[in-house]
Design a protein around this ligand. Structure first.
Ligand code: AP5
Ligand code: MG
Length: 214
């Protein structure tokens, strides 16, 4: 089974993915995490990736696709795609790639959050670089300042959470990612969820979608 989590930057895709993977046997494939790992490994493409991510721009399709293909390699597993596809071309590429293994996108969960809420959320995001737990200084602070509750590592702010970069990411989202919604809606696999409420309430909706007969 393949489930896609969609929605603007900061809508809660990573947060919901963690909840899902705690209760269900999905492999979490986050293209943002894959790109950040690639940058950390100083690979051939890492300089270009770093300058694009820090400008709030999308990475070229071929680079992202190379990363995603390696991560979706076992058709017997269930995958939760977070942050992919993000353009209509990527959606078509993903469908063609899955089709080769007899798979398809079974459901797309589109988490809706207004831009002004996103700006507030991303101004407070704190991420653990070690175990990837996500916190928020406004809405979900760690018990001890800047320290991960889960593994005690020091929490970090993402460089692309600077307000000017968030505005660029939101603009790219509205221009390039929103058109994918109609593509998936026409295939009857799109489920809209309001993300502007507690993460537990959002998860309750996500769980109902997972339990449907796809
Ligand atoms: P990526 O890492 O995927 O970033 P994004 O899509 O912009 O989404 P975020 O990770 O910022 O937010 P999220 O929705 O996961 O929210 P989170 O759960 O953390 O991609 C980064 C970059 O990589 C892109 O800009 C691009 O350059 C590149 N890239 C990635 N994929 C690509 C692709 N396919 N093609 C091309 N380039 C690509 O939550 C955010 C905050 O809100 C947290 O602090 C959290 O605690 C809090 N929060 C979550 N839910 C709630 C709630 N219900 N109430 C209150 N607070 C909440
Ligand atoms: Mg994320």
């Amino acid at each position: 089974m393949v489930i896609v989590l969609m929605g603007p930057p900061g809508c809660g895709k990573g947060t919901q993915a963690r909840f899902v993977c705690q209760g269900y046997p999905f492999v979490h494939v986050s293209t943002g995490d894959l790109v950040r790992a690639e940058i950390a490994s100083s690979s051939h493409d890492s300089i270009q990736m770093k300058s694009l991510i820090n400008a709030g721009k999308l990475i070229p399709n071929e680079m992202v696709f190379n990363l995603i293909m390696k991560s979706l390699s076992d058709p017997s597993r269930s995958y939760l795609c977070d942050g992919f596809p993000r353009t209509l071309d990527q959606a078509v590429m993903l469908d063609a790639f899955l089709n080769e293994s007899g798979l398809k996108v079974d459901a797309v969960v589109n988490i809706n959050v207004p831009d002004e809420v996103i700006l507030k959320r991303l101004s407070g995001r704190l991420s653990c670089g070690v175990c990837k737990t996500i916190f928020n200084s406004h809405f979900n602070p760690p018990v001890q300042k800047d320290t991960c509750d889960n593994c005690s590592a020091r929490l970090e702010r993402r460089s692309d959470d600077a307000p000017a970069v968030v505005t660029a990411r939101l603009s790219d989202y509205h221009m390039k990612s929103v058109p994918i919604l109609d593509y998936f809606r026409s295939k009857n696999v799109l489920f809209d969820v309001s993300g502007d409420r507690s993460s537990g309430d959002v998860f309750a909706e996500v769980e109902k979608i997972l339990k449907k007969d796809h």
